[in-house]
Design a protein around this ligand. Structure first.
Ligand SMILES: NC(=O)c1ccc[n+]([C@@H]2O[C@H](COP(=O)([O-])OP(=O)(O)OC[C@H]3O[C@@H](n4cnc5c(N)ncnc54)[C@H](OP(=O)(O)O)[C@@H]3O)[C@@H](O)[C@H]2O)c1
Length: 238
C-alpha cells in the first residue's frame, strides 16, 4: 500500500509527534512549516498567503501525478497570538493570524479538492481544531473565530463531498490541552490580555497537559478508520 500524509505544521509540538508516528507506520510524509528540517520538509510560511498557496499547489500537483492508495491531509499548523482584546494589538497582526489560522487552511482544503477530488484512493482531510471553536474565551477572539470558521467550512465541504463519486473524508479533531510551545506562549500572557491565564499555569503545574505523542496516537488511530460524519472528534490525551 502506498500511503502519503501531507502534514501542515510538523516542526514541533503535536505536528512533530504526528510526523514521527506516520513515518513509523509506513507513510511517506511531506511536512510543511517555517522551521522543520529533513528530507520530508518543505518551507511554508502561512502568514505570506500568496507564496504559501503557490508552494502548496505545486506540491499537491506533483503528488497527484504519483500513484497512492491513501492520501491524508492533516492541517495542524496554527498560531495563538496576538492574545488580548483587539484594542491591544494592530490590524496587521490580526490579518497575519487570520491568514495562518483561517485563510490559508481553507485555501489548502480548496486546492486539495481540486487536485485530489477525482483521484482514485482513500482520501482524508483532517483539521486540528480546538475546544476554543465553541467556547468564548476572553483574549482569544481571533483564535476562537478562526477555529470555528474552519470547522464550519469543513462541515460544508463534507456535505459537498458526500455528493461526489469519490468523496474526501473530512475530520475535525479536538486535541484537548497538550504540553507544547503554544501552551508555554499562553502562560506568558498577562491577566489584562487573558483573564484565565492562571488556570492555564495551574494545568501545567498540576501535570494536566497531555503529551503530544499520546494525542498523535489517538489521531492516527481515529483517521485509520473511515470518517463518516463531521461531529468534532475527541482525540485528547489526558
Ligand atoms: N497545545 C494545546 O494545548 C492545544 C489545544 C487545542 C488545540 N491545539 C491545536 O493543536 C495544533 C498544534 O498545536 P501545538 O500546541 O503543537 O502548537 P505549536 O507547538 O505552537 O506548533 C505549531 C505548529 O504550527 C506551525 N506554524 C505556526 N505558524 C506557522 C506559519 N506561519 N507557517 C507555517 N506553519 C506555522 C509551526 O511551525 P513553524 O513555527 O516551524 O512554522 C508548528 O509546527 C494547533 O492547530 C493548535 O491550535 C493545541
Amino acid at each position: 500500500m502506498a500511503k502519503v500524509c501531507i502534514l501542515i505544521g510538523g516542526s514541533r509540538g503535536l505536528g512533530k509527534s504526528l510526523l514521527a508516528l506516520y513515518q513509523q507506520q509506513g507513510f511517506t510524509v511531506l511536512e510543511l512549516s517555517r522551521s522543520g528540517s529533513g528530507d520530508e520538509h518543505l518551507e511554508l510560511d502561512m502568514s505570506r498567503r500568496e507564496a504559501a498557496i503557490d508552494t502548496v499547489d505545486r506540491m499537491l500537483a506533483d503528488l497527484a501525478r504519483e500513484r497512492w492508495d491513501e492520501v491524508q491531509l492533516i492541517i495542524n499548523a496554527a498560531t495563538i497570538g496576538p492574545i488580548g482584546p483587539l484594542a491591544l494589538s494592530e490590524p496587521k497582526q490580526w490579518w497575519q493570524h487570520l491568514d495562518v489560522n483561517f485563510t490559508v487552511p481553507i485555501s489548502i482544503l480548496g486546492r486539495y479538492q481540486y487536485h485530489f477530488g477525482a483521484y482514485p484512493a482513500r482520501k482524508v482531510a483532517a483539521f486540528v481544531s480546538s475546544g476554543a471553536a465553541h467556547s468564548a474565551i476572553d483574549g482569544w477572539g481571533l483564535y476562537c473565530a478562526s477555529k470555528a470558521g474552519v470547522n464550519h467550512f469543513l462541515r460544508v465541504m463534507a456535505a459537498e463531498q458526500s455528493l461526489q463519486p469519490l468523496p474526501i473524508e473530512c475530520a475535525i479533531l479536538d486535541p484537548g490541552v497538550m504540553a507544547t510551545q503554544m501552551q508555554a506562549t499562553l502562560r506568558e500572557a498577562s491577566v489584562a490580555q487573558f483573564s484565565q491565564v492562571q488556570s492555564f499555569i495551574q494545568l501545567h503545574q498540576n501535570g494536566q497537559l497531555a503529551a503530544p505523542e499520546t494525542v498523535a496516537q489517538n489521531i492516527y488511530r481515529r483517521l485509520a478508520e473511515p470518517v463518516s460524519h463531521t461531529e468534532v472528534l475527541d482525540v485528547s490525551g489526558y
